[in-house]
Design a protein around this ligand. Structure first.
Ligand SMILES: *[C@@H]1O[C@H](CO)[C@@H](O)[C@H](O)[C@H]1NC(C)=O
Ligand SMILES: *[C@@H]1O[C@H](CO)[C@@H](O)[C@H](O)[C@H]1NC(C)=O
Ligand SMILES: *[C@@H]1O[C@H](CO)[C@@H](O)[C@H](O)[C@H]1NC(C)=O
Ligand SMILES: *[C@@H]1O[C@H](CO)[C@@H](O)[C@H](O)[C@H]1NC(C)=O
Ligand SMILES: *[C@@H]1O[C@H](CO)[C@@H](O)[C@H](O)[C@H]1NC(C)=O
Ligand SMILES: *[C@@H]1O[C@H](CO)[C@@H](O)[C@H](O)[C@H]1NC(C)=O
Ligand SMILES: *[C@@H]1O[C@H](CO)[C@@H](O)[C@H](O)[C@H]1NC(C)=O
Length: 926
């Protein structure tokens, strides 16, 4: 933890003139400090971050942002990622350029002005980018990079400011085979399996409008064979380049658009050529990242260790990646015989597991590979280049964690070498997305599916276990050099690749703006009871972080996720049992991690939450096809379970990161996909397996039957983000928010109605088919508010402000919050019936706390704590400890908390931190 910048609140209080929210006092200024998540990094290639601003202070049209590091002014590109309803800035995004000196802290100043042109002009700046019609050139001052607009080359050249072309023909590679080679399988003719190679073909290349400090080039297309056939596997690759930077950040996305047995991917790669014609073989260098900053350092033609010695100066130069003295100065015993020294053309590092990588090299195609000692976890960066010609390094973030991966250096002994980063290694078996079981006879029979759910907790239905539409996120960095860099430099860049520096504002400041929820607060250990909760929250976070490592929750589709429930008998998580396996955001652990980060600023929590977000948002959610915008319930395969719901894709899980990142473009695209789930519900009935028997329901676009908790809150938060960011559909989204709030308020029992009809054209809610007369339906379910409903509604209310909330909506929400945990006597008195046996009360204590806080009701606050401590979930008697299990009982020694499941962790964590913020003062010291 870094010391807090004490001045923030003082500045906030002092320089803002408090006034009516709608009046813009354009002379106000505000300084906000941002600091690095893990302390000042050793290398800064430019970065982007977001900042919140209090309601009504900075008119987006007339505010300028400036940046300083100490007394030095820094270059700053700024934009708005969120507006308050009155047009004031709610969230801004900022980019700073690369720099040699890196300050511990920067100050961003917002200054109101009456000059309406100021910000507008900045938004249009071409800056470091030039669009020449058939291509885009970005010149950062350190490198000049050309991006074509068609063809199969995404990056045609990378030139250093010294004028050397060190990279060419950046392209995407995909390999497939038509079936799985399985000699046990007599139904397949193993010799007729077809192998194909595809390349990424550009459909569109675009450049960001404002490229003054940061240029973003976005290239999209599909993979096609050389003959132009078979276009599939759409990709989007984003290249981020900052002024003064010699690096490119690359964000690579593919969407899987085939059925699981149509074809099998055998390799997904990104390849760059490195021109080497001008370089002697012995001055060409290969560097491959090993473990913890270690490097494999070799030349294409080694002149060390030979029978004859060329001279120490020559050997030292080669080993250090410097140009050797001229060959005429070498011992002639060596210089006359270089033709006999093999040149190594190809190098291959293969990480097929999170525990080990292999390394090998060969002189050319057709000759045997020679083994090189490998290691455990490669940091995932490859360099190829020359002492005089310069070269390229390309690194894949989380390389070993996303195994099977590999790094290829090829043709290093020819005029054009290349580096291929394999996001999916061709050395692994084919990527097999087929279901893990054959349906077990459940197909076509709902009774059997329901009965199977009783035993494996898997919600199976044939046709729903499809990977069609899931996607994969990869992040790479490319670095250009005029000469071979030192391996220490490469180690610094490798660390940068795996932990790209992040700037963020102080928790106290973020909290004071109320721009991202008013249900969390910085930790307060002032009472023993609060300190115990803090310590437990820390336990939960640390335990899951540790389990990721002990249980090897890594892999191409898996890294970022964790497991749902533990098997005490086998001392293992239930990785093979239906709904108990991968968690897929069940009950909102995402919100626990992200809100915990907001309140603490803890780097480890940010990194954990970031990995989960990248995984769930891509792989557990559909981005194409008839289920686009929905996600998949927890299961053995991330896409396997048949419950396809917005509870997994809800943008409430992405919102904190989206804002803090300054509007991450990929996440911005993903949250927008949820805007259209209304149409999807018309096709994929969200409640198809749980409808009340005997009710005649025929979906139609004006009336799809949804849950007000799970489904409506998921789409409502998508509308809020669209409205805040003023995206293309923000006015429609705003209308839908109001329309749905008005109509929910109009339901006789408000949120207690539980399920209702949704009009996909207007957002209006009407009574469910079980109560067409709106006499007052009571359907209260434990899951309804377990996927971000409170956080969504609370943010909606904060955004609107008390005067604009439709009549009756707040009351409807307060009623739901109050009555969920109320006695059955109270429920019956209010609704005529009791809600029955409900669980997840510990998690729901935060609803009670929200109502208590809103109403200022001390008795209700006490009730919230009682629900937190004395209902279900993790009880006061829980011993917050892990136990070591080792020996022959387990594969490897592990620490287990056999009493803990992800549901409990998520609910305790989120309720704990929210209750402390909302009703902390009522906690006392129990
Ligand atoms: C900002 O400018 C836009 C476009 O001119 C205008 O529609 C909007 O009302 C302005 N916002 C404020 C808060 O003045
Ligand atoms: C507004 O800002 C623009 C761009 O900085 C400048 O050219 C113009 O003179 C300014 N106008 C006023 C009235 O200050
Ligand atoms: C299997 O495929 C190969 C190659 O297409 C073909 O030559 C062979 O006849 C096939 N064998 C059978 C049994 O179909
Ligand atoms: C190609 O880009 C255009 C926009 O320029 C878009 O309308 C179209 O859908 C894209 N095609 C594919 C196959 O992605
Ligand atoms: C579905 O399975 C149940 C339980 O095995 C069986 O009683 C019923 O006849 C089956 N229904 C159909 C339509 O096959
Ligand atoms: C509060 O307690 C937790 C856990 O014991 C500790 O990690 C944290 O540093 C404490 N925070 C403050 C502000 O004292
Ligand atoms: C409110 O509900 C009544 C029926 O209970 C209906 O007639 C009326 O149109 C509804 N109003 C809105 C705004 O939905």
């Amino acid at each position: 933890m870094h010391p807090r910048a004490v001045s923030l609140l003082a500045i906030l209080g002092a320089s803002l003139v408090l006034g009516a929210p709608r009046s813009f006092l354009n002379t106000s200024t505000l300084d906000v400090a941002v600091r690095w998540l893990e302390g000042a990094p050793d290398y800064n290639s430019g970065t982007t971050f977001g900042l919140p601003w209090p309601r009504g202070k900075f008119n987006a049209n007339t505010t300028t942002f400036t940046g300083t590091a100490g007394s030095e002014k820094i270059q700053l590109q700024s934009w708005v990622t969120g507006y308050w309803p009155d047009g004031s800035v709610k969230w801004s995004g900022h980019a700073i350029p690369a720099s040699q000196t890196i300050a511990e802290e920067y100050t961003i100043t917002a200054s109101g002005s009456d000059n309406l042109t100021v910000l507008f002009e900045k938004r249009q700046s071409a800056g470091i980018a030039t669009d020449s019609g058939d291509g885009i050139v970005v010149d950062t001052g350190k490198i000049s990079v050309t991006f074509p607009k068609s063809g199969s080359v995404l990056v045609s050249s990378i030139q250093t400011s010294g004028g050397k072309t060190v990279g060419q023909s950046g392209r995407l590679i995909l390999r497939t085979q038509s079936d799985i080679i399985d000699y046990e399988d007599n139904s397949v003719n193993q010799t007729s399996i077809e192998h194909l190679e595809f390349q990424g073909v550009i459909n569109q290349t675009t450049i960001s409008e404002d490229s003054s400090t940061r240029a973003l080039v976005t290239v999209s297309g599909t993979h096609q064979t050389e003959a132009g056939a078979g276009a599939w596997l759409p990709f989007t690759v984003r290249f981020y380049l900052y002024a003064s930077s010699d690096a490119i950040k690359i964000v690579h996305n593919i969407v899987y658009d085939k059925n699981s047995s149509d074809t099998f991917v055998t390799g997904i790669g990104i390849k760059f050529d490195v021109p080497l014609a001008e370089e002697e073989l012995y001055n060409r260098h290969v560097r491959l990242a090993g473990v913890d900053g270690g490097f494999f350092n070799e030349a294409v033609q080694g002149i060390t260790g030979l029978r004859r010695d060329p001279g120490q100066e020559v050997s030292t130069a080669q080993v250090e990646g410097e140009e050797t003295p001229d060959i005429s100065t070498w011992a002639t015993t060596v210089s006359s015989r270089t033709q006999w020294i093999p040149a190594w053309n190809d190098f291959r590092l293969t990480q097929l597991s999170p525990d080990g990588f292999n390394l090998q090299k060969r002189t050319k195609v057709g000759q045997s590979w020679v083994k090189i000692p490998g290691g455990t976890r490669s940091d995932g960066l490859a360099y190829l280049g020359g002492a005089t010609a310069g070269g390229l390094a390309v690194g894949l973030r989380d390389f070993w964690k996303k195994y099977p991966t590999s790094l290829d250096i090829s043709n290093a002994a020819t005029d054009t070498g290349s580096i291929t980063v394999w996001l999916y290694s061709p050395s692994a078996g084919p990527l097999d997305l087929r279901p893990f079981h054959d349906g077990l006879g459940e197909s076509g029979n709902y009774t059997k599916q329901l009965d199977a759910l009783e035993i494996t907790y898997e919600d199976y239905e044939e046709g729903y276990n499809t990977p069609y539409g899931i996607s994969k996120y990869s992040e790479l960095f490319l670095y250009a050099f005029d000469t071979t860099p030192s391996s220490d430099t490469l180690a610094t860049l490798t660390a940068h690749t795996n932990q790209p520096p992040v700037l963020f504002a102080e928790p106290d400041y973020i909290h004071s703006t109320k721009a991202i929820g008013s249900y969390w607060a910085p930790p307060d250990n002032s009472t023993a009871a609060a300190a115990t909760i803090e310590s437990n929250l820390n336990f939960l976070l640390s335990y899951y972080q540790q389990q990721v490592e002990q249980r090897r929750w890594y892999g191409f589709w898996d890294f970022g996720d964790f497991m749902h429930t533990y098997d005490v008998d086998r001392h293992t998580w239930r990785y093979d049992i239906g709904g108990y396996a991968w968690d897929n955001s069940e009950l909102s652990p995402d919100l626990f991690w992200w809100n915990y980060f907001l309140r603490s600023g803890r780097a480890d929590v940010y990194r954990f939450a970031e990995a989960q977000l990248r995984h769930v948002a891509e792989t557990d959610v559909y981005h194409l096809g008839h289920m686009k915008g929905l996600g998949t319930r927890h299961g053995v395969q991330h896409w396997g379970d048949s419950a396809k719901q917005v509870r997994i894709s809800t943008p409430i899980y992405r919102k904190i990161f989206w804002h803090l990142s300054g509007g991450d473009e990929r996440v911005g695209e993903l949250v927008r996909e949820v805007l259209d789930v209304g149409e999807v519900w018309n096709v994929i009935d969200a409640r198809r397996k749980v409808h009340t028997a005997g009710v005649n329901y025929v979906p139609d676009p004006t009336a799809v039957w949804i849950s007000l908790g799970i489904d409506w809150s998921g789409i409502a938060i998508a509308w809020l983000i669209e409205w805040e960011r003023r995206g293309p559909r923000w006015e429609e989204s705003r209308e839908r928010i109001f329309e749905s709030m008005r109509t929910i308020a109009n339901l006789t029992n408000g949120f207690v109605t539980g399920e209702a009809l949704y009009n996909t054209y207007t957002g209006a809610i009407s009574p469910p088919p079980t109560d067409p007369e709106n006499l007052g339906e009571v359907t209260v379910a434990h899951l309804s508010a377990s996927f971000g409903m409170l956080e969504t509604i609370s943010q909606l209310l904060d955004h609107l402000g008390p005067d604009d909330v439709p009549t009756g909506f707040l009351e409807a929400w307060l009623d739901y919050c109050y009555y969920y945990g109320a006695s059955s006597v109270e429920q019956t008195a209010r609704y005529g019936v009791s809600f029955g046996n409900l669980n997840l009360k510990q998690g729901h204590s935060r609803l009670t706390a929200w109502a208590a806080n809103h109403l200022g009701n001390e008795t209700l606050a006490q009730r919230a704590w009682n629900e937190f401590y004395n209902t279900d979930g993790l009880s006061l008697k829980t011993v917050w400890e892990t136990e070591k299990v080792s020996g022959s009982k387990v594969l490897i020694p592990v620490d287990e908390a056999s009493w803990l499941a992800a549901n409990d962790a998520a609910l305790y964590g989120l309720a704990g931190l929210e209750n402390l913020a909302l009703v902390g003062s009522a906690l006392g010291d129990n």
